[in-house]
Design a binder for this molecule. Sequence first.
Ligand SMILES: Cc1cc2nc3c(=O)[nH]c(=O)nc-3n(C[C@H](O)[C@H](O)[C@H](O)COP(=O)(O)OP(=O)(O)OC[C@H]3O[C@@H](n4cnc5c(N)ncnc54)[C@H](O)[C@@H]3O)c2cc1C
Length: 598
Amino acid sequence: MSFRASRLVSDPSRIFDHGKSGYDTNESDSYDYVIVGGGTAGCVLASRLTEKADLNILLIEAGETRMPLAFTKLFSSQYDWDYDTTPQVGLNNRRTHWPSGKMLGGSSSINCCVHHHCAPEDFDNWAKLGMTGWSYNNLRQYFLKSEKYSPGGSTSNVDPSLRGASGPWRTRRCTTLPISQAIIRSCEVNGIPMKHDFNTKSGTAGVGSLACFIDQAGERSSTATAYLTPDVLLRPNLTVLIGCSIERILFEEQGGSQRATGVQVSKSPDTLSYVIRASKEVILCAGSVATPQLLTISGIGPHEELERLAIQPIKCLDAVGKNLSDHICTGALHFPCKPGYSLDYLSHPLSAAVAAARWMVTGGGPLSYPPMPGAAFFRSGDANLPFGTSTAYPVEDLATGPGAPDCELVWFPLLIQPSGQVKQPRDRHGITLSVIALQPKSKGGITLASGSIWDKPIINANYLHQESDLNLLLRAIHLQRAIARTPPFSEILELTDAVTDKNDMFWPGDAHPSTLTEDGLRDWIRANSTSAWHPVSTARMGLSPADSVVDVSLRVHGVTGLRVCDASVFPTQVSGHPCATVVAIAEKLADMIKEERK
Ligand SMILES: Cc1cc2nc3c(=O)[nH]c(=O)nc-3n(C[C@H](O)[C@H](O)[C@H](O)COP(=O)(O)OP(=O)(O)OC[C@H]3O[C@@H](n4cnc5c(N)ncnc54)[C@H](O)[C@@H]3O)c2cc1C
């Protein structure tokens, strides 16, 4: 096959050898590996596999090229798949918005840039479940291989020798506002120990500043900007096809089993479809929603789902689309603060313009700050923490080990309302806190709305279906209120303890104590809690085809030539932010494939 000069193409006909009018067969010559989805994992794999000059790789991405914009500006735009869940019974029948990156870099191009290894126990637990090769010790080398850490920023107490130094992915501690240090101190006073670096073997429990993937120029380091650099895109053995969607994976019977031999791709439902061949493997990296969708449309899914939509079965695998686990937050708790301590002034156009100019000239200033400057990882069963009387309500201990957290407190140095339910008062300043349930008991699933990838699938996360999850968030509200009443954080706040209207944005953060009934708080959680946008496990790794989709080599059970590599393969949920784990998994798979080919 002859390659054209540019390796980044958006017209599928350009990767065919048939010439301008030769689309009659609509079939290309073959690539060794076809990677489906140029997202977080897909970019890593494409970059690492093409380090071997004898491997010919095609990366196909439904979205376009990367956009270095503030993350919320991309929501519901052309760069977002813009999913919604079904009405969630546990959330008073509300639908919740699920943004998901639709561009090179995928969700690493749209997320909050928190760089987190999660808890070592998460991966040791994977190994205990039989996932040989996936313990923390196995994965740590890949966390470090991916990373290029720049010392400095808000905390000088990070030991750089424990960070990756020569990987492509730029990480650092960004400068943050003083209020973040005040919150950290108040958490410590309440019994959460200081943690200088959440990403070491010593575990992640504690409070401190978060690392982020924002480079020295103040720009997001997505897996597209980090791994698909201009040099990589010039490699003759890499072709990147953008703006094209895989419609299904193609199989042929070979030697008594079904082998994935290629993909069907198109720019839109109304344009020509092309067939692209993979001589070795198709690697599915389409993310936790699109991966189970594509598998099922291609004939690999639960028997009843294939039958319902009259899809020709290739392999019945019951776990496709099941075991969906997503992190759920309390909802945003707002606390009024003195002017000058938060970033709310940026809502004025003039201040925003000055900040934008500063960012463009120096790469610094408030627009280079990470959206989430710090966090506290703790356990909902910790008897030393101020959960008030809510400890009377049972929470099942689902943390992955004695040192692993099941809750994360995050804060934003301004008033934000992710669910958009309450109108933000003008000229008010404040801080937003929220606690994420890291090991929720409630599980959901993804099913098809139709047999076409052009229709969004049905997402049912089953949030707060389990009482234990609701009780955990209830405890977390008491903790957040206690931290806000502890100096030095409390000295920056302007609490009145007088808000009685449950629809006021400062209830329950600044509520009059008489209004704080446990039932009222439960109602508030159901009306306000939101997704933390960390869906995993919808094509999970496991030993048995009865309850998992891929084996420990990430090969789909019962077929050949097909692997999955993205957040959908997590055997279980992780206790934190999953992006670095997705990157580590992709780094590991690239090494496994290179090793297999020796
Ligand atoms: C708003 C938001 C904030 C988040 N914040 C953080 C954070 O701060 N830190 C953190 O660790 N994690 C965060 N996460 C989670 C993290 O970003 C994801 O878990 C991770 O990026 C998922 O990687 P992936 O490779 O599984 O999927 P993705 O990165 O989503 O990649 C899937 C790719 O496949 C493409 N695709 C899908 N279908 C097709 C098709 N049919 N044909 C071709 N291409 C297709 C998509 O366009 C996409 O590019 C956040 C997520 C969101 C949405």
